[in-house]
Structure formats: C-alpha cells, structure tokens
Design a protein around this ligand. Structure first.
Ligand code: M6R
Length: 612
C-alpha cells in the first residue's frame, strides 16, 4: 500500500526521497511523487503515474530540484484512479501546503463540499487533497501552522499517516498519525519520517514510532512531538537491527526467491533463542506462566496467508490442547459478534503488524476482555504495540508481496506455542515433547534438503504453467496447507485457483473436473493418505491432471496416477507443513516466471493492507 518518506536535512532532498521510495516499492503502488521546499522558498511538486523509474526520469534524478527538505510518496489508489493528478503530494490551491497521506479520510466528501462552498477549487479526486486544502483554509484563518494542523485534524475522520510541508516553514516537516504507521528516523544533522523502516535503513537505524493522535515537527536539528492536547511527548528511541543487505536482492532475480531460500535460516532464528536445554522457553510469556490454564477458547485471527497459518494453528491446538480453537479472518472477526471474554485467548498473526482488519480484530478482542497474543514480524509495528503479549517471528524484512519466510516462521512459532501450552496443561508426554524438540532442531536441515529439489520443481512448473484452472486438495493439515499453496499460485501467476478439503470436492466442485484442469493433491498426513489418494483417483478418473505432494516414503503410491510428484522428507506432523510449503512456493514462483509475471509486485496487490 502507500508509502511515505520525508527528510529535513542539509543535503539535496530529492535523490534521498527517490531512493527511499524505491525501498518502499515492494509495498505495491501505482503512482509516485515528491515535494520539496526549494532554495527560493517555494514548494515544488513532481509526481506521475507509474513506477519510480518514471519519476526519476521526470525529475532528472532530482539533481535540478534544489532543496533540502522534502516529502515523497508511493500511492496505491483508493479514491480516484491512478493518475498524475491523483498522485501525492497533494497541494492546497494557494501552493502553500503540500501533503502526503497513507490511509483514508472517511468524511472527505462532506469536507470537500464545505470547502468548495467557501470557494476552494479541487484538482484531484483524492481524499488527501482535502487535508491540504483544509490546512490552507485554517492557516488563512489562524496564521499559525500548528494551529492549522490541529484544527485540520479535529475535522478529519478516518485513518492517516501524514507528512506536511509548508513554504512558510522551510526546513520543517510536520507529521501526524492515526491508525496508519509512521515513524521518525534520527540522523546526524538530518531527521526523517517514513511509513516503513526499510526506507530509512541506509540513513539511520535509530527510530521512534509515533502513536495515534500525535503530531511531530521535524527539522534537521530537532524532533518535537506533541500529543492530541498539544503537550510535549518524550518518545523512546529504538535501534533497528535489520541491516541494509537484508532489504536487497543479494544476487537473486527476485526477492521472493531470495526469501524462499532464506527460510531455513529464518526458521532457525525463530526457534533457536527459544530452545534452552531442550526445553521451549518463551521469555515473552514469563510474566503469565499460567496463561493457558485460564483459557477455555482460542481464536486465531489473521488475513490472507496469516489466516492460513491460523487454520494450521487451529488443527494443532485443538488436537493437542483439547481447547476449542477457531481460525477467523481479520475482516470478519469484529462483525461476527465473537464469543469472547476473559477466558479467551486471541492470537493475532501478522507479518507487517499493520493490517487494518487484524488490528481492528485485536481492538475488538481487547474491548471484550480477551488476552491478545500477537505473532508479528515487524518490530514496533502497531499490532505488536497494542497486543497484551507480542512474540516476534524474527524472519527479517520480507520485501516480496507474496509472503514466504514470514509464513514459515509463523508456522513454526505456532507449533512451538502449541507444544509449550500442551506441556503446561500436562497434555503431552515427555517422549512426544522430546521428539518434537529434536525434530525442531533438525527442521532447518530438512528444509534445506527440500529446497535442494528446486530443479525438479522448476521442471514441473515449466510443464504446468499454462493451466487455466488449478485446484488444491488435502485433508486436515494438508487442507490448511492447500489454502496457502493456492493463494501463492493465484496471487503471483494470476491463474484461477481454489483450495478444497479433499473430501468436500464431491459435494459440488467435482463437476469442474475435466481434461485440462490441474489438481495439486497434498497427501502427507500419514493417517489420511489413503483417503486423499482415493480423492485423487476421483479426479483423475474425470480426466484432470494431478500433481502429488507427498512424503518420500509414499511416492510409489502416487506414481501411477500423478503426472508429477513433489516429494518431501518426513518429519514431526507439527512441523511437516514447514517442509510441504517449500515446493508449493517454488512451484508458484516458477509458474509465474514462465508466465512472465511481475513476481515481487503482483498487479493490484499491496504488501501491507492498511485499509478495510
Ligand atoms: O502483514 P500481514 O501478515 O497481516 O498480511 C496479511 C495478508 O495481507 C498477507 O498475508 C497477504 O495475503 C499476502 N499477499 C500473502 O502472500
């Protein structure tokens, strides 16, 4: 989704803004722009539809635009089509104020009408222009920028991360935040704002996270932050440990491939610090050792792939803990009147920690008295900060829109939590506990073995990339995995794909089985392999082509009916999905590559979905 970068410094701003915007490209966008206060004290805005490369060309790499204070934006259209005019920054009609904005101003129509009645003329279809026009309206009234900011903020409803420049305040950026992430970066003689830490990594690793309703005034020498009542706020500074190289491709053709290959290391980073003397220890839960003993219902909430991890978690937790567990979509949770109380544990899963629907679910769960445990990757993100307990996945920055390593680390963390809770409840034998810990230690090695099969997967994908319709079937955990395999394929290759519980197919969808349809059969849950095999035969009988994913010891069962087999090593059933997902990710990747798709930035998608 949209991205923001801003610098108040002493060097030329536009090259810094362009580089920062490139770091934000992964979030998904359709237009981009920059605004600077030029040396002659005027605001100059350059923006265009399309990629940063177009903006680079348009601004001649920024060299001719002199000015050391500026803001930049990548826009993912919500209100108004992607176009030069609708791109940010948006200016007020007097040219005194320029604004970049992430989020949605919900009451922009009524504000626009009222401003139009007072004679203001709008250029764009965006909700953001209302902010710029309203700022100028109040600035004309009060002749004080901060008065104008607070008056403007009191009128707008919705979510926003705002970066504001005024030609009357050279060398200064004003920032404001509500329900959309915004952080401050501290440099030497230069300070920054950004929606995402990756935009700042090459300048600083010292940051503060703005909280809702705070306003910041940033100059090269100072950062002042105020609360909703205009009282000064002292913010904690955080050191960001992610390094620059982890946000670069490092020789891989795509971030997605790099992140797939990083999974053994990422998973090791997730579990190693939490394994001490062959015991699972969560420092994060040290203050609540009896948490699970007081829980009678568990919800696992997330969106997209994070929801799919929740489905895996549901199967694992119900089976081991014997506590009702339900996976719920973040976008549905608050609207389904969930049965939530003090005996409910709500596990919110999110890579970005900024997904608006997951955040809304978190707030609803807290409002109803639940304990909220967040499984999050991005440190200091909104969900991480608002949850009662946060457990970080430590996957490192994930840049490709299609999640891979974050998904894997979430999976492993949920299996660890399940075993940890099961032990607290006395519901796992010491043999099974020991076996799990041992299998966990061996997991990265088995993931590497699975990745070693890349050539076979690439070949399979090159034979399958022209199917128009692909189904994934499996039972139990394999069904949960199919949800993710199918999403991976459709989001980056644009092939129509659905995932079904294998036993459900014959209740309707089997009518679609015919030659030309591909069915990816997932069969690794040992007690269900025969049943899934039968479902596979049901579809081959109707002419569908089958690709089977199964454990190495079961390959021979499938070799007759399946046109190709993706074998995976066997492991503990709580960890098996960590191996199974690898061929599915690589299959999606190579299918998309064969189809010439924009793998890291699939059409219409954003990395972090901060609107409802
Ligand atoms: O940042 P989050 O984990 O909260 O994001 C949730 C989904 O938007 C995300 O998993 C999405 O489905 C990805 N494109 C999947 O690859």
């Amino acid at each position: 989704m949209c991205g923001i970068i801003g610098i108040a410094g002493k060097t030329q701003a536009v090259p810094v803004l362009l580089d920062g915007l490139e770091k934000l490209e992964y979030r998904g966008y359709d237009s981009a722009g920059v605004a600077v206060i030029t040396d002659d004290g005027t605001l100059r805005v350059e923006k265009c539809k399309g990629r940063i490369a177009v903006l680079r060309e348009k601004t001649d790499e920024g060299a001719p635009i002199t000015g050391t204070t500026g803001i930049g934006h990548t826009r993912w259209a919500t209100h108004g089509e992607p176009s030069d005019i609708n791109a940010h920054p948006q200016m007020g009609q007097e040219g005194i104020v320029a604004v970049v904005h992430n989020g949605i101003i919900e009451n922009y129509r009524e504000l626009k009408q009222s401003l139009e009645r007072s004679g203001r003329v709008f250029q764009s279809e965006t909700d953001t222009e209302v902010v710029a026009q309203l700022m100028e309206y109040y600035y004309d009234m009060y002749h004080d920028l901060m008065d104008a900011v607070y008056a403007m903020l009191s009128r707008i409803r919705g979510s926003y991360a705002l970066g504001i420049l005024s030609s009357d305040a050279p060398g200064q950026i004003i920032a404001a935040k509500k329900d959309a992430p915004l952080l401050i970066g501290y440099g030497e003689g230069e300070n920054f704002i950004a929606s995402d830490v990756t935009a700042l990594l090459s300048h600083t690793r010292t940051v503060s996270y703005l909280d809702d309703d705070e306003v910041a005034v940033i100059t090269p020498e100072s950062v002042r932050i105020y609360d909703a009542g205009r009282l000064p706020v002292t913010k904690e500074k955080h050191a960001v440990e992610w390094d620059v190289s982890s946000a670069e491709k490092g020789g891989y053709a795509h971030f997605m491939l790099k992140e797939i290959m990083e999974q053994p290391d990422a998973v090791r980073r997730t579990f190693s610090p939490r394994l001490q003397d062959s015991r699972i220890e969560f420092e994060e839960l040290a203050g609540v050792p009896d948490l699970i003993k007081n829980i009678s219902r568990i919800y696992l909430v997330g969106c997209g792939s994070a929801y799919h991890v929740g489905v895996v978690g549901k199967y694992m937790m119900e089976k081991l803990l014997r506590i009702p567990a339900e996976a719920v979509l973040g976008s549905e949770f608050r609207y389904c009147d969930p049965i939530v109380g003090p005996d409910t544990l709500v596990i919110v899963i999110s890579q970005s920690g900024e997904t608006l629907d997951s955040m809304a679910a978190l707030r609803e769960a807290k409002r109803r008295g639940a304990t909220v445990l967040a499984v999050v990757n991005v440190i200091g993100s909104s969900i991480a900060r608002e949850a009662d307990i946060v457990i970080y996945t430590w996957a490192g920055p994930e840049i490709a829109v299609a999640t891979t390593k974050a998904y894997s680390t979430q999976l492993v963390l949920l299996s660890m939590l399940t075993v940890y809770f099961a032990e607290k409840l006395g519901k796992i034998s010491s043999e099974d506990y020991g076996r799990y810990v041992n299998d966990l230690s061996e997991l990265p090695g088995k993931m590497e073995t699975t990745l070693g099969n890349i050539g076979n997967i690439q070949k399979t994908a090159s034979l399958s990339f022209n199917h128009d319709s692909v189904f994934f079937i499996g039972r139990n955990l394999d069904y949960a995995l199919g949800l993710e395999g199918s999403l991976k394929l459709k989001e980056i290759s644009y092939i129509h794909s659905e995932s079904y519980a294998a036993g459900e197919l014959k209740h309707g969808t089997i009518s679609l089985m015919e030659p030309g349809v591909l069915v990816v059969t997932l069969a690794t849950c040992s007690s269900l392999i025969e049943k899934t095999w039968s479902n596979m035969v049901e579809v081959t009988t109707r002419g569908a082509d089958v690709l089977a994913l199964t454990t190495e010891d079961n390959v021979s069962r499938f070799s007759e009916e399946a046109s190709a087999i993706l074998p995976v090593p066997s492991t503990n059933e709580l960890l098996q999905m960590n191996l199974n997902i690898i061929p599915l990710q690589l299959f999606a990747y190579y299918v998309a590559l064969n189809r010439g798709c924009d793998i890291d930035k699939p059409r219409n998608l954003a990395k972090s979905v901060t609107v409802e």
